[in-house]
Ligand binder design. Structure first.
Ligand SMILES: *Cc1c(COP(=O)(O)O)cnc(C)c1O
Length: 602
């Protein structure tokens, strides 16, 4: 085909083309594509084994019994559809409550097409095509995140929670190998075991020692806390090191998602072993505190199983200094030989890496941009297509930088090729049977919209601009709205407070505003309370309006501007003033007794 090249689509074009439309503007086209998918599916089925007998004849299907059953299904289905309309309408831009918004069209089409075939990507046998699609989707995500797509490995999970567990599982596998080998040597030679040094020795040293001692898997198993009896192995580590061995610690910033508490429980490390790294005045991982905790772990003879950073946090959308954390850990790797597993929990913010290197990178601000550029230096990453990827639930992803980091579970040397991967990933995933639908939805999104600056990046940049425009307009109109600073992404939080208000007054005001939102259908927002982990940021926030911290937590209203329709100027022009009017009315307007002094209202 010849002709002039297509003009580059604007973010408004992308929102118009890639989503159903806030009022189903793309209905006719979406119906046609759904129909095409069904045509294809029925056609495929009809063409297979065409001479085989049919399960029913036309006459059978007109019998009273069959018609009755069909009628029943029709009725119940209609009831189900009807019941579902009571769900919160999260596709509209008025929904800024949680990390959920409209589904994209490639995600819907890809999901439907794969779901009809129902491949199980636990093995190649059960998902011949699905496993290939999964591999290609993983490679596309890997490229966006800064991994080498040819080296990276990974798989789809039911979500970020399980993806984070996958990381813990692998970090433990690695640490357990290194410590087992060192315990073997110590018991064989009588040398004192340096637990911290041994547990971070690296595969090169492991291989050299393995060969020098002519070890086998069978022998090493007897020194493994994962393959053998953990109580027995810990007791022997205590003896070999000459001090009580209390097990590894996991360093997770105070802004962590609840899934890390669950991991502490499930893996049996105990909640005590999940050490919370303090947050700085920006609500991001405090590097000094991180360093202090690693040195404390070293002093206590406890290995660091993994160092977690978050991009972006569930509560406020803040992005940890992933770059500076990796700088520090890489220096330690070179100078001290400590190989500490680095995991980035990018369940929410991973897709923001699509802005990197494009014209919209500046929307992120230099600090967040540097952090996101460093995501690909991690050993492993969690990213949720079912959040900023606009893909249906349940769709998370776990990735590692390369195959050796992906190794887990089977007690074999990870530098050997693992033949069982040839049959699929069943032995390397926490979950057993897995659907290909999420992988196909992600795949089609990557092949159409794309995970680069011109596609997903342009769209997400516009959601950050919408958040900024919203914040500027609300801040200008309502001085008693106190935004939490900074805001790295498309999430913003605010409290209601008059100048000099103590938290004991402003928290109830914010709660009352939240209740007003809850009672009204106008907008859906969410609420969060920043507790002790956020002490520094909270103090700075309250000090900014001369407030007083006389309560344990800071109550905030949280707005997530991930909905693609916020890119449309008409929608912003209509909804932002409406939001302002709503807040004004709820806080000072038609309340029986004004809760704020009118002097504070412009
Ligand atoms: C949402 C989220 C998770 C958990 O993901 P699910 O898909 O809900 O299991 C983990 N970490 C962060 C930072 C998140 O935002």
């Amino acid at each position: 085909m010849t002709g002039s090249p297509m003009p580059k689509p604007s973010s408004v074009d992308l929102a118009a083309a890639y989503f159903p439309g806030s009022h189903s503007e793309n209905e006719a086209w979406v119906r046609a594509e759904f129909q095409a998918v069904l045509d294809d599916w029925f056609g495929w089925r009809k063409g297979l084994f065409a001479d085989d007998p049919r399960v029913s004849t036309r006459t059978d299907r007109r019998s009273g019994a069959v018609l009755h059953e069909r009628e029943l299904m029709s009725q119940r289905l209609a009831e189900l559809c009807d019941a579902l309309t009571a769900e919160t309408p999260t596709h509209t831009p008025r929904y800024v409550g949680h990390m959920k918004a409209e589904l994209s069209l490639p995600a819907l089409f890809g999901w439907l097409a794969a779901m009809l075939h129902n491949p199980n990507i636990t093995s190649r046998e059960a998902g011949k095509v699905g496993t290939v699609i999964e591999g290609e989707a993983i490679a596309m995500l890997a490229g966006m995140l800064g991994y080498d797509p040819d080296q990276a490995e990974g798989h789809f999970t039911s979500g970020g929670t399980v993806a984070n567990f996958e990381a813990v599982w692998r970090a433990r596998y690695r640490l357990d190998h290194w410590l087992s080998l060192a315990l073997y040597i110590s018991e064989a030679t009588g040398e004192t075991l340096d637990v911290f040094a041994a547990a971070h020795m690296g595969w090169d040293r492991f291989r050299a020692l393995w060969e020098a001692h002519q070890l086998s898997d069978e022998v090493l198993r007897r020194y493994s806390a994962a393959a053998g009896n953990p109580a027995d192995v810990h007791r022997r580590i205590s003896t070999a090191s000459g001090r009580d061995y209390l097990g590894p610690v996991v360093l997770v910033p105070g802004n962590k998602h609840y899934s890390w508490h669950k991991a502490a429980n499930i893996f049996g490390f105990g909640e005590e072993s999940f050490w919370s790294v303090r947050l700085d005045a920006e609500g991001r991982l405090d590097l000094d505190d991180f360093e202090r905790l690693v040195l404390r772990a070293q002093g206590d003879g406890r290995p660091v199983l993994m160092a977690v950073s978050v991009a972006a946090t569930t509560e406020t959308g803040e992005i940890d200094p992933v770059d500076r954390l990796h700088d520090l850990l890489e220096v330690w790797e070179r100078e001290r030989g400590w190989r500490i597993w680095r995991h980035v929990d990018a369940a929410y913010g991973g897709f923001l890496c699509s802005l990197i290197g494009g014209p919209d990178e500046a929307e992120l601000g230099p600090v967040a941009a540097r952090a996101l550029k460093a995501v690909g230096r991690a050993d492993s990453i969690t990213i949720d297509p079912h959040k900023l990827g606009y893909v249906p639930y349940a769709c998370g992803t776990f990735l590692t930088r390369d195959r050796s980091r992906y190794a887990v579970s089977a007690f074999d040397a990870p530098y050997l090729d693992r033949p069982e991967l040839g049959d699929g990933k069943w032995s390397s995933t926490l979950e057993g049977s897995r659907s290909a639908a999420g992988a196909a939805a992600t795949w089609l999104t990557g092949k159409t919209l794309g995970f680069g600056p011109d596609g997903m990046g342009a769209l997400l940049a516009e959601t950050i601009r919408a958040r900024r425009q919203f914040q500027a307009a609300v801040g200008a109109a309502l001085p008693f709205v106190r935004f939490l600073e900074p805001s790295d992404t498309n999430i913003v939080c605010f409290a209601v407070a008059d100048d000099g208000d103590p938290l004991s007054r402003s928290n109830p005001l914010t709660e009352a505003l939240f209740a007003a939102f809850h009672e009204s259908a106008a907008f859906s927002v969410s609420k969060t309370t920043l507790g002790a982990d956020y002490a520094t940021q909270r103090a700075r926030h309250v000090a900014a309006y001369g407030g007083v911290e006389d309560a344990a937590g800071l109550v905030l209203i949280r707005c997530v501007f991930m909905n693609p329709y916020w890119t449309a100027p008409d929608i912003r022009a209509r909804l932002i003033p409406e939001f302002i009017a709503f807040v004004r009315a709820a806080v000072i307007g038609d309340m029986p007794t004004p809760r704020l002094d009118h002097r504070s209202v412009a």
